[in-house]
Design a binder for this molecule. Structure first.
Ligand code: 5GP
Length: 209
């Protein structure tokens, strides 16, 4: 019998530049039973971003319609400018079919997910130090100095909510960070509370002997 039938809802957050995207891509390429949720957003695509792959790019009116029809598991306005939201149907379907889903969303969104789905697993990817984070952001070279400063400020605000997460993974050496995250997933799948059906079956197994 398979361990845990329902997939895990995994929320992976962390400051910009910490490497959470790289960790998540590696997780989905190594584990065919883990999927990434694709968020909807009203911000414009950055060069190289593909609709339906990186985000579902929506107009304000389209996004509002989705809110009204209850299409989001959670949504919010990030940086007071654009909306971001997690479409509910994909997540629900994957979980029901036994696959785990990663939501790469901000800390506020993570709190909303935990409120709505108390068995979601919240993982915070942290930098080895804040100075290391700053130098990674600068070397990434994708943003202006002003944008980097803003993201760095946001990083400090995000760190305030780390104690509401279930796990913290330091991304010092990428391969280690990936292995730690995979270990968390394995441990969560083995939780007694997620294996009620298996345990009941084993307990009632005497009659089949
Ligand atoms: P970016 O514009 O750089 O792709 O993302 C900006 C921020 O929005 C990041 O912190 C990202 O994790 C967050 N974000 C992306 N999708 C969602 C979502 O569906 N919900 C929430 N709450 N935040 C999201």
């Amino acid at each position: 019998m398979k361990q845990t039938r329902r997939g895990l809802l995994l929320v992976v957050s962390g400051p910009a530049g910490v490497g959470k995207g790289t960790i998540n891509l590696s997780l989905i390429s190594r584990n065919s039973d883990i999927r990434m949720s694709v968020s909807a957003t009203t911000r414009s695509p950055r060069p190289g971003e593909i609709d339906g792959v990186h985000y579902f790019f929506k107009t304000d009116a389209e996004f509002q319609k989705m809110i009204e029809s209850g299409a989001f598991l959670e949504y919010m306005r990030v940086f007071n400018t654009h909306y971001y939201g997690t479409p509910k149907s994909f997540v629900e379907q994957e979980l029901a079919e036994g696959r785990s889903v990663i939501l790469e969303i901000d800390v506020q969104g993570a709190m909303r997910v935990k409120a709505a789905y108390p068995d979601a697993v919240l993982i915070f990817i942290a930098p080895p130090s804040m100075s290391e984070l700053k130098s990674r952001l600068i070397h990434r070279g994708t943003e202006s100095t002003e944008a980097i400063e803003r993201r760095f400020e946001t990083a400090f605000q995000e760190m305030e909510l780390v104690d509401r997460y279930d796990y913290v993974v330091v991304n010092d050496i990428l391969d280690l960070a990936i292995a730690r995250t995979e270990d968390i997933i394995v441990a969560e799948r083995c939780r007694v509370s997620r294996n009620g059906e298996l345990i009941e079956k084993l307990k009632g197994g005497r009659s089949a002997l």
